[in-house]
Design a binder for this molecule. Structure first.
Ligand code: ADP
Length: 258
């Protein structure tokens, strides 16, 4: 598998990147610099967690990197494609074909079955999808016996596993996960995090996860820390203890983690 066969010394290609990214909300007295000249590279095939105090710009970074929002200045690219160069239609197509999303609230459609939810993005795009890939995904998330159930018949953890399968169904280059374990008990959360890590490594896809939870962040290959819209630190092969230590340093600086 290329994810493990690649020597760590070899620099990985970038799945997504922002360079000198600035995002300003409002103007005058109410101006907020949510991103203040940040540059971040999300290497292909890696699972990166984004952490930082409340209001440090985590969501803004994710939304701008994923092409859900635009930067005030600087650049954002996915797989080498500069997002600001795309018109709305091309951007929608790029998101549909190359980006997957997992949200805190699962966001499954209640009237569809598990199987239909998983293939929904492909069905909306009018593409058949890769049956072997989807079958392997269903296997990975352990939902074969639930394929014809509705989301309401599943536990929260199972629903989030469906959402993970849906995010990877179209073989995206990169999956963005926004507090994916925020609504789960710790055991279900562990399962979903394990799954995100497995999916990233087994399929050589890139996962970027915003989280406030050091235990969740410890599942990532790397954690980056934001403060006041800037990148202030990063940690390779994190443990929950080491993540917590770094966060405490922010707390003593007056920050608050959410
Ligand atoms: P985090 O995800 O780390 O909590 P956010 O990216 O949500 O941080 O927010 C960064 C800053 O930008 C905060 O000060 C927040 O209040 C502000 N902000 C975020 N979204 C908007 C918006 N739509 N309008 C105005 N200010 C916003």
């Amino acid at each position: 598998m290329s994810a493990t066969a690649t020597p760590s010394a070899v620099r990985r290609a970038s799945a997504a990147r922002v360079v000198d990214a600035v995002k300003v909300y409002g103007a005058g007295d109410t101006e907020v610099r949510a991103l203040d000249g940040i540059s971040v590279d999300f290497p292909a095939g890696r699972f990166t967690a984004v952490m930082g105090p409340s209001g440090s710009g985590k969501s803004t970074l994710m939304h701008c990197a994923a092409g859900l929002d635009t930067l005030t200045s600087g650049s954002a690219s996915i797989g080498g494609t500069e997002l600001s160069a795309l018109d709305d239609r091309s951007l929608t197509l790029l998101r549909r074909e190359r980006v997957g999303f997992v949200f805190q609230a699962f966001n499954l459609l209640p009237t569809l079955t598990v199987a239909e939810n998983i293939t929904l993005p492909l069905d909306l795009a009018g593409v058949p999808g890769d049956r072997d890939w989807i079958s392997a995904l269903v296997d990975t998330v352990g939902l074969y016996d639930r394929l014809h159930h509705r989301p309401s018949e599943l536990s929260g953890g199972q629903q989030q596993r469906v959402a993970v399968a849906r995010a990877f169904a179209g073989r995206p280059d990169i999956v963005f996960a926004d507090e994916p374990t925020g609504n789960l008990d710790s055991r279900s959360g562990e399962e979903v995090l394990q799954l995100l890590g497995d999916a990233a490594h087994r399929t050589d896809r890139t996962v970027v996860m915003v989280t406030h939870d050091p235990v969740a962040a410890a599942h990532a290959d790397e954690v980056i820390f934001l403060a006041d819209g800037r990148l202030v630190d990063h940690l390779q092969d994190p443990t929950a203890e080491r993540v917590l230590e770094r966060l405490k340093a922010f707390d003593t600086g007056g920050g608050r983690t959410t």
